[in-house]
Every structure is written in C-alpha cells, then in structure tokens.
Ligand binder design. Structure first.
Ligand code: UFG
Length: 347
C-alpha cells in the first residue's frame, strides 16, 4: 500500500514507518521537523531508500498535502503529527488547537478532496480525562471528558473524523478511520535503530534513564500519597513496536466501502507504579537511580490502564512485550548508545 505518515520523524511515527517498510510498503513521511528528527528520516531511508522518502513540510500546507496525496497515489494516511505535552498544552492552548486541530482539519479536507479512503489517527487515553474508579480498566465506551487542551485537541480530531465519515457516507465516497487511543507508549526499536528523543523530556522512563546516564542527579517522584499500593501513580506502558504493529493492522482492517469507524485502546491491560518503573530501571541499568519525593503533578490521575478486549477481539492486538524490564531494557539499549539522542546517531 502507498501510505502517507504524518509526523514520520517523531518517536511513534518513525517506529511506525519502520514497521511499514519492514512489511514491504511504500511510505511517504511528512514532518515539519519542529520536534521530529531529520536523522530518523535518514535512518529510515537507509533501510529502504526506494520505498521511503521524508518530505519536510507541514500538514497545514494544503497545496503540499494535496499534491503528495495525489501524486504519490496515497491509499492510506497514518496521522501522528501533533504537539503532545499535556503540561505545555495547559500553558499554550492556542498552539495545541492550531497544530492539532487546525492542521488536522487541513489534512482531512485534502484527503477528502483527493479521495483518500483510509485514515488511522493517533489519539490518546487523555481523551478520557479522569475516569471514575468503576471504569478502570478503561473500556472504549468510557465517557470522553478530557481535562487538558491536549486531550481536547485529540478528542476534536476524533469528532472531525466521525463527521467526515458521515459526510462521506452521504456522498457515497468510501472512507474509513480508526482512532488509536494510546496509553503510555515506551521503549525503543528492539534492533536499536530508532529511539526516543524529546526536548524537553518529561516522560517517566526516559527521565529515569537520563538519571542512569548521569544527565540528571535524581528522578523526582510526583506524589507518593495516591490511593495505590505504594502511593505512586499507576500507568499502562505499551511498547512502541507493538503499537506500530497495531497501526498496520488497523490500516488493513479498515473497510472504506462499509464506512468503518473504529476506536481502539492500545495498552497492555497491566499497570505499573512509578516506583516499579524505577525498580525495573535499577535492575536493567545497575544504577542506583536516586529519587526525591515531590508534591503531586497537576492533572495526574492515580490509575490509568486499558481494557484491552476490544483491540484484541477486533484488531487481533496482543502486545508481544508486556514485561516491564523488557520495555525498559529496549529503551536503555537506545539511551546508552545515544546519550545525545539522534545527535549521537551515526550518519
Ligand atoms: N512521573 C514522575 N516523575 C517524572 C515524570 C513522570 O513521577 O519525572 C510520573 C507522573 O507523575 C505520572 C507517571 O510518572 O504519574 C507517568 O508520567 P509520564 O509523564 O511518563 O506520562 P503521563 O501518564 O503523564 O502521560 C502519558 C502520555 C501523554 C498522554 C497521557 C494520558 O505521555 O501523551 O499519558 O494520560 F496524554
């Protein structure tokens, strides 16, 4: 299939491109390199230069997007390009709505104009907000009440897709989409080729590994008084390569003639606490990883993990890597060989 991947030079987008290339597909990556890495594009091109090209540009550039869709005969779009920091979105909501909502709206209009029939959308469990205790593990039917501009921008993305689906059905123009609601994506390519490189880095596993690398003196634990067994927050860590595989499965499951609309939670169904993650990192790295206790971080729910049944039954999604040590080990393989992130990557 000819696939356009937006945000192809970012963390999840690049891993998804790798999975598409390894499965033999033709991939056009589109990335404005605001937070993506040109080196990720180079690594992907080195993998399959005849089947991959990174185009530097923005999803909000209607002329560019439409010409890519048309000229490259794109059959499906996997849409990752977005800003994705919950905290930043609270401080800069306009930027999140402009990029995540405005950019996506242009992309969808271009897809509709050209007649691209499949869209797999990078959504988030942040669209659920803080679900009530009786809805954990979280099913897809959980009410979506996001508590941050980031979460709201992703929910609006899902609404735009639903509206486009209705309009397409009325116009008898085949179109299908899937909203992929991620939990905590973690780990790096098992072959060491691609990794995670965010600036600023705020995610727990990379932060902990930066302590092991000596780049930070300690890890801050945001809250030790949550109603969980050890008092720290529990999250569902899903490996990025499992997640990438799920996008391929979704792309091929979509039936545009039936105007499919899907939403799938992508997690493992197991939760690990902040302290358990730190203990796993100690085992994997052999580093003591000092930690200091801090007050709770605003907006962190105590427990978030996925009800995985729908993704398993409908998508055949069964995560291959569910062992926390293995997830952390794959990230550590990348971090210790790339202490400066993609700047350390050989060119
Ligand atoms: N944490 C720490 N110290 C740190 C970093 C994180 O204690 O230095 C804690 C957080 O308070 C939280 C847990 O580790 O309890 C996980 O935090 P992350 O920042 O790694 O991830 P989040 O669960 O906050 O965010 C993730 C994704 C978002 C998504 C969100 C949905 O990164 O994109 O889940 O809730 F929107």
């Amino acid at each position: 299939m000819n696939v356009l991947v937006t945000g192809a030079a970012g963390y999840i987008g690049s891993h998804c491109c790798k999975a598409l290339l390894d499965a033999g597909h033709q991939v056009i990556g589109l990335d404005n390199l605001f937070r993506g890495h040109a080196q990720a594009g180079e690594i992907l091109a080195a993998r399959a230069s005849d089947r991959f090209q990174l185009v530097v540009g923005d999803i909000a550039d209607r002329v560019l997007v439409e010409s890519l869709l048309r000229d490259r005969k794109i059959e499906g779009v996997i849409h990752f390009a977005a800003l994705a920091y919950v905290g930043e979105s609270v401080d800069q909501p306009g930027s999140y709505y402009r990029h995540n909502v405005g950019g996506m709206q242009v992309l969808l209009e271009a897809m509709h104009a050209v007649g691209v029939q499949r869209c797999v959308f990078s959504s988030s469990c942040a669209t659920y907000g803080e679900p009530p205790e009786q809805l954990i593990p979280i099913p897809e039917t959980c009410p979506q009440n996001p508590v941050s501009p980031y979460g709201r921008s992703k929910l609006i993305g899902e609404w735009m897709l639903r509206d486009l689906s209705v309009a397409s059905a009325r116009a008898k123009r085949p179109f299908a989409f899937a909203a992929m609601r991620y939990f905590n994506v973690a780990g790096c390519a098992l072959d060491g080729s691609l990794g995670e490189d965010h600036t600023p880095e705020t995610h727990l596993i990379p932060v902990v590994l930066e302590v092991a690398l000596g780049k930070r003196p300690h890890v801050q634990i945001f809250g030790t008084d949550y109603p969980t067994p050890d008092g720290t927050c529990i999250r569902d860590y899903v490996h990025v390569e499992d997640l990438a595989r799920a996008h391929l499965a979704a792309l091929f499951k979509l039936d545009p003639a039936r105007f499919d609309q899907h939403a799938w939670n992508l997690g493992t169904g197991s939760g690990f606490s902040v302290l358990q993650v730190i203990e796993a990192a100690r085992r994997v790295t052999g580093h003591a990883i000092p930690m200091i206790h801090q007050p709770r971080r605003a907006g962190d729910p105590a427990r978030l993990f996925s009800d995985t049944r729908r993704a398993e039954v409908e998508l055949g999604f069964v995560p291959g890597i569910t062992d926390l040590d293995e997830i952390v080990r794959s990230a550590w393989q990348w971090f210790r060989t790339h202490p400066q992130g993609y700047r350390s990557a050989s060119r």
